[in-house]
Ligand binder design. Structure first.
Ligand code: BGC
Length: 885
């Protein structure tokens, strides 16, 4: 049995918003055999369903590629649906049937195709307003409808309605991009929503990231503009082949609506008495509405959606309702999350519901909101007083576990509240569980750190007046994120913004989209404007990591110039082009060895900056090689060698002492291979000594912590790595778990052992950065690794390394080739290891403490290696059991 399933085009199942000229196809192979390799494929693309009229027949292509296979046919038309199917042969000589037919559809492929214009309901005095506005239009359809697509975007956020229903389930559209450079539009299939006769289309607009408050601590607003506006074009195709186009223009009508106020940080005020019943349906009397006004915006900046949509993902029921010592009525959802509260309420017209959001309670059990800083995190709903009313906000979200009910008509019934978890619509890729419950909770917290902070862009935190795309946080966490969720499109989009926001001189803003450069005058901590080490390096580390996980060379092609410019920027600012000792750096941010009153750890920033410079240069060289730019690869290799040499001269004494006696300095030197070979041992020993001096605890910050366990386990100290990971007292990952955390905290001691809090001005309880330890857990404890030369898990390196008293692990990873899994368990002196390798891939499996004789009956060529034995296997399921001593 050989089967081709799960066809995708540009990572998506049946996408309708393809804007590229050469979309790529991927498929999964099913077979009942082992060692299955695809030997050839055929792809058919047709504009009609039955493939009689073929647009492109790839012919029989001898290739083992089943991911990212390019469409190579004639130019695709815009706004057109194409079917495709795939058939393959394998190394057993078997040929599959044709797969089920899948499709992709192109969207508007060029800015010239827009005939619509941006229209607004706001006037010249509305710049500071955060109200929601309405735009509407009625139109008639007399012919029979074949299909209808709507192409739409906005300045600010929009919610689109047709004939009384919301279009699609995406939220916060059009997402957040560097709007002044690129603005995504969305494509919806609305065939089923239209009817012959009268129709109405309407949109609700809100301030969103476009004109609302951003970076609350420096008080930015109207970053991109001061009027919300809608751009919409609907193509309706009729059965007789004719077409009608409905566009946003000044014939639309506009009005204020029930959303009095909606701001991302602050929440929403909604007066249901102001609802305009039937405004999104035909035959609504809009004669009192104003005429919509045109707004200018360069249509060349409008691009097809390239990220994932934010959607409702989960619904959590409340766990408890109680009154705090201060007398506040509080609901606990049991999980810190990002999203909003949906509630049902009955009462009189004008009655109000007022809610506030918090992540934690204080030491005395009171509602703790100080760490939200300027974010008001407040919902106010004013009842219309007609039976039971249901409310969900529109253009805001909050980071919370608890809500305080400040006002509610009557007694709030617990069952009328639900927490709706929102995040970008990523497929869950990786799972991990083991015998250690605290570690399982840590993994849960890491996953929820991801969920809470992957809302269209990777944010530092989802609750206070910040919620920005901090580059440092993203580069630290990306590998963990890629294991847990399919973030390929999520990062593709964000990296396109990084590319767009990169400065002329190659500098990289601190946050993407950039709302800080040249606006930090009033900031207490940050003196310079952009380009910190460990933050700007996201320009290199993120594309490289995404390429590793998804095997997608396009991401490297897109980002290569950006990578080069970043390395060039550093070179320009480094002493003799080698030691980066200028500029402002966040350094080992929030490290525990920071001086009193500082967030910047004790490790000298020039050491960190030069270490990261070396690392980024190395990855840029590797990228050049992947892209076939051999000359450039060699140039970067030679620059890399020089940086390492300079690092050694500058930071190592001739006898091998590293200039900075901090854990992070030693971690980075080892992680980035900067220690001179002859002094590597001393570097490791000193690191162990530093650990011991701190009673086995870390003192590291953002840049040292993620790599700590890696350098220990890579250098012969697996036990020390497990000890560190499994420490339960402060400072440690599990300290938080034991303190009841359900997400990862910004500070290892956000809540101190005595219950008091870290300073409220920087104390997020949902900050994924320290969740980067997930990378070690998945790669070392579970043993799931990628061979960098065969990215996308085309060849996996499976190397579980039991330890820490853990008796079993179950880990799964959904790769672009199919499901990979590793399970191991220790029972009665034996170890059982079982591995599933997806078809059309290989895995190099290392079995810990095994000798080839113990496992030789598996028909695999095992050789002694690395404290165990190792062998290459093809696809299939493998089980090993041997005495483990
Ligand atoms: C953010 C961090 C970020 C940092 C810069 C903070 O306010 O929350 O996560 O990376 O600033 O150092």
């Amino acid at each position: 049995m050989l089967k081709v399933v799960q066809l995708k085009c540009e990572y998506l199942k049946n996408p309708i918003d393809i804007g590229v000229t050469k979309p790529r196809f991927s498929w999964i192979i099913e077979s009942d055999k082992r060692n299955v390799v695809q030997t050839s494929y055929e792809v058919h693309v047709s504009e009609n369903g039955d493939f009689r009229n073929m647009l492109w027949n790839s012919g029989l292509v001898e290739s083992d590629e089943s991911a990212h296979v390019y469409y190579e046919g004639p130019a695709l038309k815009s706004k057109t649906k194409y079917n495709f199917r795939v058939r393959i042969s394998d190394n057993y000589g078997e040929t599959s049937d044709w797969s089920e037919t899948a499709f992709f559809a192109t969207t508007l492929c060029s800015p010239n195709e827009w005939v619509a214009r941006f229209i607004t309901a706001e006037g010249k005095d509305d710049g500071k307003s955060s109200k929601g506005t309405l735009l509407r239009k009625e139109f008639g359809i007399s012919e029979e409808i074949e299909s209808a697509r709507v192409y739409v975007t906005s300045l600010g956020m929009y919610e689109l309605h047709i004939n009384g229903k919301k279009v699609g389930d995406a939220l916060f559209t059009p997402g957040w991009t560097a709007y002044n450079k690129r603005l995504q539009f969305q494509t919806y299939d609305v065939t089923e929503m239209l009817k012959q006769g009268s129709n109405a289309i309407g949109a609700v607009l809100g301030a969103g990231w476009y004109k609302g408050d951003l970076a609350g601590w420096i008080g930015r607003r109207n970053v991109y503009g001061d009027k919300t506006a809608l751009l919409l074009q609907m193509n309706v195709l009729f059965k007789d082949g004719s077409e009608s186009v409905i566009v946003s223009d000044d014939e639309w009508k506009s009005s204020d609506g029930p959303i009095l106020y909606s701001e991302l940080y602050h929440g929403e005020t909604y007066d249901a008495r102001l609802e305009k019943e039937g405004w999104d349906k035909p035959d609504y009397g809009d004669s009192a509405w104003e005429k919509a006004q045109y707004v200018d915006f360069d249509l060349k900046k409008v691009v097809p959606q390239d990220g994932l949509y934010v959607k409702r993902q989960e619904t959590l029921k409340p766990k408890a309702m109680f009154v705090t010592p201060k007398g506040e009525q509080v609901i606990d959802f049991g999980q810190n999350l990002a999203g909003w509260v949906k509630f049902k309420v009955s009462g009189n017209p004008g009655d109000r519901v007022i809610l506030k959001h918090a992540e934690v309670l204080d030491k005395d059990g009171n509602f703790y909101i100080e760490n939200m800083r300027a974010a008001k995190v407040r919902i106010e709903y004013i009842l219309k007083g007609q039976g039971e009313e249901t409310f969900e906000p529109h253009f805001t979200f909050q980071g919370f576990r608890y809500i305080m009910i400040e006002e509610f008509p009557g007694n709030p019934p617990l069952e009328k509240f639900e927490a709706i978890v929102l995040h970008s619509d990523m497929e869950k890729n990786g799972t991990f569980s083991c015998s250690n419950e605290l570690l399982n909770q840590l993994n849960h917290n890491i996953l929820w750190g991801l969920k809470g902070n992957f809302i269209d862009i990777p944010t530092d935190c989802p609750q206070r007046d910040e919620r920005l795309g901090w580059t440092g946080d993203a580069q630290i966490f990306i590998s963990t994120a890629c294991f847990l969720m399919d973030t390929a499109l999520f990062f593709r989009k964000w990296l396109r913004d990084l590319k767009a926001e990169q400065l002329e001189n190659g500098g990289v803003p601190f946050v993407i989209p950039d709302v800080l450069t040249n606006n930090l005058q009033s900031d207490r901590i940050i003196r310079e404007q952009h380009s910190s080490t460990g933050w700007g390096d996201a320009a290199v580390i993120c594309p490289w990591t995404a390429y590793q996980y998804y095997g997608d060379v396009e991401i490297l092609k897109e980002q290569y110039e950006t990578m080069k410019k970043w390395v060039g920027y550093i070179r320009e600012h480094a002493a003799e082009g080698l030691i980066w000792d200028t500029g402002f750096h966040f350094g080992d941010w929030v490290a525990l060895d920071a001086k009193e009153g500082s967030y910047i750890g004790a490790t000298p920033t020039d050491l960190i900056a030069t270490a990261y410079y070396a690392y980024s240069t190395k990855l840029t060289a590797q990228t050049a090689r992947v892209l076939g730019n051999i000359n450039e690869a060699e140039e970067y290799d030679s620059l890399y060698d020089k940086i390492i040499q300079a690092f050694r001269n500058e930071f190592y004494t001739s006898r091998g002492r590293l200039a900075a006696r901090t854990q992070t300095a030693h971690i980075l030197a080892l992680m980035f291979d900067l220690a001179p070979i002859e002094h590597k041992d001393r570097t490791i020993k000193t690191l162990l000594k530093l650990l011991e001096e701190n009673k086995g605890h870390l003192t590291t910050g953002f840049l040292g912590t993620p790599y700590f366990c890696h350098v220990l386990s890579e250098n012969g100290h697996l036990d020390a790595a497990y000890d560190l990971l499994l420490k339960e007292d402060f400072p440690s990952w599990l300290y938080q778990v034991k303190m009841g955390a359900t997400t990862i905290w910004e500070h290892l001691d956000g809540i101190k052992p005595d219950g008091t809090m870290w300073s409220a001005n920087m104390n997020s309880f949902n900050h994924y950065a320290y969740g980067a330890i997930g990378d070690w857990i998945y790669k070392v404890t579970a043993g799931i690794n990628i061979d960098p030369s065969f990215p996308g898990f085309k060849r996996a390196i499976i190397k579980p390394r039991p330890g820490g008293g853990i008796t079993y692990v179950i880990a799964k990873q959904k790769t672009i080739y199919g499901d990979l899994s590793v399970e191991w368990s220790l029972i009665d002196g034996y170890i059982m290891v079982s591995v599933i390798v997806p078809h059309n891939t290989q895995a190099f499996i290392t079995l810990p403490k095994a000798s080839p004789e113990q496992v030789q009956d598996k028909g695999i060529d095992f050789v002694t290696c690395d404290g165990g034995c190792a062998g290459m296997v093809g696809s299939g399921r493998y089980e090993f059991k041997y005495v483990y001593a």
